[in-house]
Design a protein. Structure first.
Length: 327
């Protein structure tokens, strides 16, 4: 079996869907709470659903059956301010899973984040040398928690501690795609603005407060969730590949580009209005992110990146424009 933590969440549920479609026996560890998050799983067969508090006991009882753990579970909001809660969920749970997988020789793929790069002042190369990691300065508690675990992994490896037979930490950049609807304010700009664009309304984007970037010209590495799932499946098929890897397209595109792609997919002429960015955001706002994809490419992952035009069109036509928008 394969255990997917955070398996009812955005990226996790897309992984569960792909594994279930392949006939894998999948166990989901997550919480559903109120709302429609359960719909992220509704179309796919799962072997079991367990709450995160039950995970240690479940793993101990199924140690001989677990082939891999895909650890997507985390508090992923960059707006969360309860650092104790973030440490418990994002750092301590990850450390416990690493040690369990090392002890039982089970493969581990886990979610890191591009938020570990902070304002990008040190670039976006996935250099896992301790000196390079020490130079990164995440700008929020979420990014710091992911960075702290990456550094802990590298420290354990350098100390010669036992490790899983395969391990991979994936630094996801700006992921968009189906099943992100429960994320509220943390949804992608595609999901948040689809209804407005489809109705022929005006989408509002932040003005630039940086002389090098025009309004709407702020740049991000927008990556379609299907690409992320493909990389995870590829890692499962290549057990000799381990490391910390960026996961994006390798090409930064503007917010205006992706919103124009959204209007085009919705069959509407673009209507964009630029509004002032709140003062509180201006000092920490990122104007550029772009994944250096050379390490994962050198490892052998060859899937061409999905352009925002192709990704947004697929997202709109197959999901957002449908009565049932879940994968």
């Amino acid at each position: 079996m394969i255990v997917v933590t955070g398996g009812a969440g955005f990226i996790g549920s897309n992984v569960v869907a792909a594994l279930a479609e392949r006939g894998e026996r999948v166990v989901v560890a997550d919480r559903l709470r109120m709302g429609e998050k359960w719909r992220n799983l509704a179309k796919h067969a799962i072997a079991d659903f367990i709450f995160p508090s039950e995970l240690p006991g479940f793993l101990d009882g199924a140690a001989d059956e677990v082939r891999a753990v895909i650890h997507m579970g985390a508090i992923s909001s960059t707006l969360e301010t309860n650092a104790d809660l973030i440490v418990e969920s994002n750092f301590k749970t990850s450390l416990q899973l690493w040690r369990w997988c090392a002890l039982h020789q089970v493969r581990l793929i886990y979610a890191s984040s591009a938020a570990t790069y902070g304002n990008g002042g040190q670039g976006f190369a996935d250099n896992a040398e301790p000196e390079a990691l020490a130079g990164l300065r995440p700008m929020n508690a979420y990014g710091w928690s992911k960075h702290a675990f990456d550094r802990s992994v590298i420290d354990m490896l350098r100390a010669g501690e036992r490790q899983p037979p395969q391990w991979a930490g994936l630094k996801f950049f700006n992921v968009y795609g189906p099943n992100e609807y429960h994320k509220g304010a943390m949804q992608s700009v595609v999901a948040k603005n689809y209804a407005t664009a489809a109705a022929g309304g005006t989408v509002r984007l932040f003005k630039s407060h940086h002389p090098d970037y025009p309004d709407g010209g702020q740049l991000r590495d927008f990556v379609y969730v299907a690409d992320c799932v493909d990389a995870i499946l590829w890692l499962l098929e290549h057990p000799g590949t381990s490391g910390i890897f960026n996961l994006g397209t390798g090409q930064a595109r503007s917010f205006e580009d992706i919103i124009r792609a959204l209007f085009d997919a919705a069959g509407r002429p673009p209507a964009i209005e630029y509004v002032d960015m709140p003062e509180a955001l201006r000092s920490t706002y990122q104007y550029f992110t772009q994944a250096d994809m050379s390490r994962l490419r050198a490892a052998g992952w060859t899937r061409p990146p999905t352009s925002i035009e192709a990704g947004v069109r697929d997202y709109v036509t197959r999901f957002l424009a449908q009565e049932d928008r879940f994968r």
